[in-house]
Ligand binder design. Structure first.
Ligand code: PHE
Length: 357
């Protein structure tokens, strides 16, 4: 190898330049960027390696070794600086004032709360629990049989129109077996009565579905259902229990009245009204009350004595047992409680609305 050739391969300045540039880096990120630049495709050493192809074959081996040795030195300089920076960072961390674990955390998401309907649902369920009822649950998709037939709705009864249903396709169902989104929570009555022995006092609550949609009706809304079955209950007990419920929900001044009504699964059937909580005849506010339409009464629930036919459909001795049942809309109670004018607001999930509760 001649002198001039070894000159062109003088790599010490290249190594020195790399070392001093590494020294100048103050962060790991900066250091890694420099390394990529120096040893990368456009770096000096890479250019040297590439030029080896043109060198005379007898020199190629030696030159190659030197370029690779230089590369290894640059890499070692990089590693050394990397360790230095890591040590310095660790030392700075140790010498810094201690991290204060007692600092309150930053609030990244606002804390949520129960939906007004859920809150009212539990308030009502709790009142019945305190009166000795237990809580049960039923599915939202149920058989036509549990939603209508066992409750005494004859096939094609107009009431099945009244509760316009959402039917659900069940793959592989036996012919004639139909399922739907339950139109009321009375399904839980027949489910509980066919699997448990009286005496029974049960409440249940949850979503129900009907093809309805306006200011006071939503296709999904919430009901609470309750029933009591034993050997001696009667309509007086129904009135006593539901009157007590109304006083606990609306306050001790609340009175109730019962109006005859029809549901296929009760006989006699009634609707219960409570005195309007928004107005009073004493101060003249009743005449202009829009909530009760100046009647002084708010309709709150349907109820009645369980029809013996329903007992028979559930395998309960209709001669021995009697019972009462009731069902009410939870959303309506929440709307009255919080002065919400449109039921649809409850289910749009708009935080501007929900954060008001
Ligand atoms: N299931 C009835 C409805 O949805 C309410 C009800 C329940 C009436 C129990 C009487 C007894 O309208």
């Amino acid at each position: 190898m001649s002198g001039s050739e070894s000159e062109t391969l003088e790599l010490t300045p290249v190594i020195e330049r790399a070392r001093s540039r590494f020294e100048g880096a103050t962060t790991e990120h900066e250091l890694r960027a420099l390394k990529a630049e120096i040893l990368g495709k456009k770096g000096e050493l890479t250019a040297q390696l590439r030029s080896l192809g043109q060198a005379p074959p007898e020199q190629r081996k030696l030159m190659g070794e030197r370029v690779n040795a230089a590369k290894a030195e640059v890499e070692a300089a990089f590693e050394a600086r990397l360790h230095q920076l890591a040590d310095a960072a660790r030392r700075a961390e140790l010498e810094a004032p201690p991290f204060d674990l007692t600092l309150p955390g930053r609030v990244t998401a606002p804390r949520g709360h129960l939906h007004p309907v859920t809150r009212v649902k539990w308030e009502i369920l709790d009142i019945f629990r305190s009166l000795g009822f237990s809580v049960a649950w039923g599915p939202e998709v149920d058989l036509e049989r549990n939603n209508f037939e066992r409750l005494g709705f004859p096939p094609d009864h107009p009431a099945t129109d009244m509760q316009d249903s959402f039917w659900v396709d069940v793959k592989g169902a036996t012919a004639g077996v139909r399922a739907l989104l339950r139109t009321h929570t009375s399904t839980v009555q027949v489910r509980e009565m066919s699997t448990r022995e009286p005496p029974l006092a049960v409440v249940s609550g949850g979503p129900v579905y009907r093809r309805d949609d306006d200011v006071t009706h939503s296709p999904m809304f919430h009901q609470i259902e309750g029933f009591l079955v034993d050997e001696r209950t009667n309509f007086a007990e129904l009135k006593g229990v539901l009157g007590e419920f109304a006083r606990r929900l609306y306050g001790p001044e609340c009175s109730v009245r019962f109006r005859p009504s029809y549901f296929p699964f009760v006989e006699p059937g009634a609707e219960m009204d409570v005195t309007c909580v928004f107005c009073s005849p004493d101060d003249g506010s009743r005449a202009s009350c829009r909530v009760c339409k100046a009647s002084g009464w708010l309709e709150v629930l349907g109820c009645g004595m369980i029809h013996p036919e329903v007992f028979r459909h559930c395998g309960i001795d209709a001669e021995r047992y009697r019972g009462f049942a009731f069902g009410l809309g939870v959303d309506r109670v929440a709307m009255l409680r919080y002065g919400i004018p449109d039921i649809r607001l409850l289910f749009e999930n708009d935080p501007r609305f929900l954060t008001q509760f």
